[in-house]
Design a protein around this ligand. Structure first.
Ligand SMILES: NC(=O)c1ccc[n+]([C@@H]2O[C@H](COP(=O)([O-])OP(=O)(O)OC[C@H]3O[C@@H](n4cnc5c(N)ncnc54)[C@H](O)[C@@H]3O)[C@@H](O)[C@H]2O)c1
Ligand SMILES: O=C(O)C[C@H](O)C(=O)O
Length: 330
């Protein structure tokens, strides 16, 4: 038996597509490390509890060495009691023809309630990643309802966009993903996001060199990454699930265990005013995890091309914030 204190991990929407894909990898140690014992708590709506029970039976059948327990709840207060890591996935996904912002009113109330409950019952060192869309603004809503939890503990997932950018660069340059570093995704997890390669390293080449091909950058790379969620919905008939789960696991893994030396990743955090992004907007930045805390990579030169695109996505975040003003206490 390990002497390491078990981590309590709560996954909301546990019976949904992303939840199903995430749980087995968390149980197998992909998120917190293979030596870290884990207690899983699954939160679902009452009508999906039976499906969650079935998933728990399958987790049991995995005989995962570090999985100490799986408990299922339809009450957030119980599900978040003492939790160390909350993966807030449970929310309505978009379908063909919708933008993520169309989910704002449908999903916002979930995050207001869950933020308030986390504030009351979660562990002192709680770390939250919001996956449910529109993820950035949902994270802002949850944080606004959790005044006793430091705002930087509420993050939103843009690691999927980051991973998509690496994949597209890899195909374009013929360089394996492992040789690509320092990609940055700025802004909102939406079609306005800005995947920035000006600081990237792509094998022996620089991203800035690849960016000289402006036609490829503007007409191919940026829209392919930014609209990939839509392409998946149109092609697969449902929104991305396994890749989203994998990205959420990457996000928490790096937050807990650190980012690779010399590299950075992308995550949406409440802006401290960095790079001209208004304070408090939950915006994607290039980040490194240092001693369990995200730090925004400082001092990157932002050219005019990047500035205009970052500003456009930040403006959309400000509009989303205004649209849910009633859920954001002043
Ligand atoms: N940020 C990202 O990169 C990213 C990527 C993919 C999907 N998403 C978003 O993730 C969310 C989930 O997607 P999915 O494909 O798993 O959807 P899904 O419909 O398959 O599953 C959602 C699950 O959440 C549950 N749920 C709904 N409200 C809940 C609540 N209040 N508490 C607990 N559980 C609740 C539902 O019962 C359902 O089982 C969607 O909003 C989707 O748009 C985000
Ligand atoms: O695009 C969506 O609605 C799902 C998700 O946010 C994605 O990026 O795949």
């Amino acid at each position: 038996m390990s002497s390491i204190t078990p981590a309590v991990v709560t996954v909301t929407g546990a019976a949904g597509s992303i939840g199903y894909a995430a749980l087995f990898r968390i149980a197998a140690g992909a998120m917190l490390g293979h030596d870290q014992p884990v207690r899983l708590r699954l939160l679902e709506l009452p009508q999906a509890v039976s499906a969650a029970v079935g998933t728990a039976m399958e987790l049991d059948d995995g005989a995962f060495e570090q999985l100490l327990s799986v408990d299922i709840f339809d009450d957030p207060r119980q599900a978040f009691d003492g939790t160390d890591f909350a993966l807030l996935i449970g929310a309505q996904p978009r379908t063909k023809g919708m933008e993520r912002a169309d989910l704002l009113q449908a999903n916002a109330a979930i995050f207001a309630e869950q933020g308030a409950v986390l504030n009351d019952v979660a562990a002192d060192d709680i770390r939250v990643v919001v996956v449910g869309n529109p993820a950035n603004t949902n994270a802002a809503i949850a944080s606004a309802h959790a005044p006793e939890i430091p705002a930087e503990r509420f993050t939103a997932l843009t690691r999927l966009d980051h991973n998509r950018a690496i994949a597209q660069l890899s195909h374009h340059a013929g360089v394996p993903a492992r040789e690509i570093s320092r990609v940055s995704v700025w802004g909102n997890h939406s079609a306005t996001q800005y995947p920035d390669i000006f600081h990237a390293r792509v094998g022996e080449r620089t991203g800035a060199e690849l960016a000289e091909d402006r036609a490829w950058l503007i007409d191919d790379f940026i829209p392919t990454v930014a609209k990939r969620g839509t392409s998946i919905i149109e092609t697969r008939g449902a929104s991305s699930a396994a890749s989203a789960a994998s990205a959420a696991i990457d996000h928490v893994h790096d937050w807990f265990l650190g980012t690779p030396e010399g590299d950075w990743v992308s995550a949406a955090l409440p802006s401290p005013g960095a790079y001209g992004v208004p304070e408090g907007l939950v915006c994607s930045f290039p980040v490194r995890a240092v001693n369990g805390h995200w730090e925004i990579v400082e001092g990157l030169e932002i050219n005019d091309f990047s500035r205009a695109r970052i500003d456009a996505s930040v403006a959309e975040l400000a509009d989303e914030r205004a649209a849910v003003g009633d859920l954001l206490p002043a």
